[in-house]
Structure formats: structure tokens, C-alpha cells
Design a protein around this ligand. Structure first.
Ligand SMILES: Nc1nc2c(ncn2[C@@H]2O[C@H](COP(=O)(O)OP(=O)(O)OP(=O)(O)O)[C@@H](O)[C@H]2O)c(=O)[nH]1
Length: 185
């Protein structure tokens, strides 16, 4: 017998042409779009199973942001979690996710939010401008997961959403804090 799926809202953010739509389309519709059509805004829904529970995930694919574009309060505050995408072949797209995260924190007034850092286009290794170590150290700094993906080759795409749901659930149900010195035997 299945219980009702939990609803979770996720925004996919990053600068232009890093592959946000390609990742979402690969995840939800299992194909890769080679051509480039700038997105205005699209919402996709997919039911995923995670740790035996069903989640109805609403994924908002946004228009590419830059340092000047205003992140709407809709994108920034009504979400359960965020996918922050850069392209491994673009250093400036990596710098942009730091600006976008700052904007989210400003909007929400929180010190941290559930997010996953995604270095997309891992198939373009020959054009790499951002090392794996740079991605990993940002993730360590932000205490969030990091994954390199290829929407083109369908590598690690579903992992993005597993990692993010895991982070969202951990943020919603934090493990009980260890109480210093005193434990119940
Ligand atoms: N080689 C390679 N190309 C990719 C990959 N993902 C996306 N692309 C290509 O990169 C271009 C931009 O992809 P989109 O998915 O439209 O990028 P976007 O971030 O949604 O772009 P905006 O809507 O402008 O913000 C397209 O030509 C894609 O085919 C990938 O993993 N590898």
C-alpha cells in the first residue's frame, strides 16, 4: 500500500547555457537536447522514490541568471532546495553560483539552505576551466553535496536529485544534537 507522495519544490539556478534545461529534460524525459533555446521559465514534475518513500518533485527550470538579474522572491524563497549549476568549461559560471547563493541567503534571511553544487558538461574535460577540487572545496565550505554531471551522456543526472532530497530531508529532520557529557544508557 502506498502512502501519499510528499511534495517538494526545487529550483534549478545558474548562469546562461550551463545546461540547466538539459539536465532537467534528461532527468524528467530521458533525452538530450543538442540545440540551445534560452529558457524563460518551465516547471516539470516527477515522482521519485527515495529511501522507500515517494516524493512528488516539482522542478523549476529558470532563465539563466547573471550578477545583474534580479532573482525573484518566488525563485528564492518558496523552494525546499536548490540545484546550483555551473559548467566545468566556464570559470565565470562557477563564480556565478556563489553570487546566486548569496542572493538566495539574502532573500530568505537564512544562513544556509539545502542545495547541491553541480558541475555540468563533464564530457567537455578537454575544455575544463574548473577543477574537481575547486568544486569539492566550495561544497565543503557550504556543507553541501557536489557532483559533476553530463546531461549529454546522462551521467550522474538522477544523483543530483537524490542528493538534494537527502539534504532537504536532513534539514527538515535534523538528527538529535549530541548532548555534551550526558547520555541515557
Ligand atoms: N557537451 C555538453 N553540452 C551540454 C551539456 N548540457 C547542455 N549542453 C549544451 O549546452 C547548451 C545550453 O544548454 P541548456 O540546457 O539550454 O542551458 P541552460 O542553462 O538551460 O540555458 P538558459 O536557458 O539560457 O539559462 C545546449 O547547446 C546544450 O546542448 C552537457 O552535459 N555536455
Amino acid at each position: 500500500m502506498s502512502t501519499q507522495a510528499k511534495a517538494r519544490r526545487i529550483a534549478v539556478l545558474g548562469t546562461r547555457a550551463v545546461g540547466k534545461s538539459s539536465l532537467v529534460i534528461q532527468f524528467c524525459e530521458n533525452h538530450f537536447v543538442d540545440s540551445y533555446y534560452p529558457t524563460i521559465e518551465n516547471t516539470f514534475t516527477k515522482t521519485v522514490k527515495y529511501r522507500g518513500l515517494e516524493y512528488k518533485v516539482e522542478i523549476m527550470d529558470t532563465a539563466g541568471q547573471d550578477e545583474y538579474s534580479i532573482l525573484s522572491s518566488h525563485h528564492a524563497s518558496s523552494m525546499n532546495g536548490y540545484v546550483l549549476v555551473y559548467s566545468i568549461s566556464s570559470k565565470s559560471s562557477f563564480d556565478m553560483i556563489k553570487i546566486i547563493r548569496d542572493k538566495i541567503l539574502d532573500f530568505t534571511g537564512l544562513e544556509s539552505v539545502p542545495c547541491v553544487i553541480v558541475g555540468n558538461k563533464s564530457d567537455l574535460n578537454i575544455q575544463r576551466q574548473v577543477s574537481v577540487v575547486e568544486g569539492e572545496s566550495l561544497a565543503t565550505q557550504w556543507k553541501c553535496p557536489f557532483v559533476e554531471t553530463s546531461a549529454k551522456h546522462d551521467e550522474n543526472v538522477s544523483k543530483i536529485f537524490d542528493l538534494l532530497i537527502d539534504s532537504i530531508e536532513k534539514a527538515n529532520n535534523p538528527p538529535p544534537e549530541e548532548k555534551g557529557g550526558c547520555s541515557l544508557m
